[in-house]
Design a protein. Sequence first.
Length: 355
Amino acid sequence: MKNLVILGGGYGGMRVLQRLLPNDLPEDVTITLIDRVPYHCLKTEYYALAAGTISDQHVRVSFPEHPRLNIIYAEVTGIELNEQHVNLQTGKSIQYDELIIGLGCEDKYHNVPGAEEFTYSIQSIEKARDTYQRLNNLPAGSTVGIVGAGLSGVELASELNESRSDLKIKLFDRGNFILSSFPERLSIYVQNWFDTNSVDIINNANITRVEQSMLYNHDEAIPVDAVVWTAGIQANRIVRELPTEKDTMGRAVITPRHHLPNNENVFILGDCASLPHAPSAQLAEGQAEQIAEVLTKRWKGEEPPESFPPIKLKGILGSLGKKHGFGLINERPITGRVARLLKSGILWVYKYHNG
């Protein structure tokens, strides 16, 4: 029996399972899925979990069941490419014939002293739970600093404002205006929403140090009761340590078939892969579709395509609490209730289809 090992049950890993199970998996192939937690997590909703507006159950989806799907719940500690096995924290090693690495990303602290030690995160479900505990146990009138005003920072700030209107929220952004990668119309809309809802935006910020209960912007001390870091990501440590070419975010450079240049049996998926687009669930799912096609062709003894059409992203949607939102659909800006309803609908369809 051949063993296809998938590291990480995120959006990409789940899409691979959808494409291969139950009918497209050859009789001589088994799948081993390795993940730290016993369910697929909706990472795009961690901001709401941390803010306390949804429960833990809302961001969990069960993994599929199949006679030749073996699921191992464990932490991956390393990958031995030459020996073709994956090392686990339990001390065991898992042999593979083909390997798909979809371990996601980690916070990048840009060498800011104290950032890793004194800030909270929403990059994993465990960290989002910790952040929820901290933020929702704060007394009334406390100050929360959110470092990074990209999509994650904006959604967390707006959701926390809705959940805990008694808190003082300060959103720190390096740029002249928030969401600088979006059209100006959307940036202005979001800025106005924050102004209306008394969320303090600090533009042109440069966080130089973080201490317990203190944040330093351009070396100026700002008292805070909690800090959440959403100011950058990098590939998972396991991928950063692989002996292969990486980009500046530690993501592995891959071929048009999504495998390592010198190892056609090791595929890199999602946030761990160096691709022209920003990491997203859509991108991971698009890759997964193409990786599944490469595998099924190989298993049939056929030659996979040399390359694939560019992965088309349908758009991006962000929320501003439960009633307002913003986004781009087919490069057209949308704002207000329609954007928020669209996001809620897409989430419902995803959970219904996968659950």
